[in-house]
Design a protein around this ligand. Sequence first.
Ligand code: ZN
Length: 201
Amino acid sequence: MAERVAGPEIERLIQLLARLPGLGPRSARRAALHLIRKREDLLGPLADAMQVARERIVICEPCGNVDTSNPCTICRDQRRDPSVLVVVETVADLWALERAGAIRARYHVLGGTLSPLDGVGPNDINVSTLVERVISQNITEVILAVNATVDGQTTAHYITDILSPHNIKVTRLAHGVPVGGELDYLDEGTLSAAIRQRTPF
Ligand code: ZN
């Protein structure tokens, strides 16, 4: 086992940092050293921000987003189209779509996907609350912004089925050539989906 280079307090900081996604033990050490060096500018404000986050972060009841208010900032935003719901798997997906700024609607975070092989069924994700929202909030379109994976598509089919009696428009994201993508580098599945879902020019 490697020698310890610092006291238990700093070792603990390194161990905790190493649990962050994308950071291994080596980069956690580098990050810890950086924080220690920038004690006034970074370590202090970061510790304060984490303390505030710990006290105030809540899960939005209507949509499942993470925020410091419930309902969240997005759910309270009056400028958004109240008749459209964008269904996503995770909060990370919601934030990605918001970064893109492609749509001014509200969201519904499933908190996962159906995965029969792993024993994840409809009761393990937020599907029943989605149906309740569609009925009570007069939703006219549900956009299924789930991942293009087997589990994502299984989930999309399931949601389409359970929403079919409610007479609303259910759409999904297009599959195809990424912006700036070169055809020669794409896999066959993506290319054939792009041909099938071609649009008028
Ligand atoms: Zn919300």
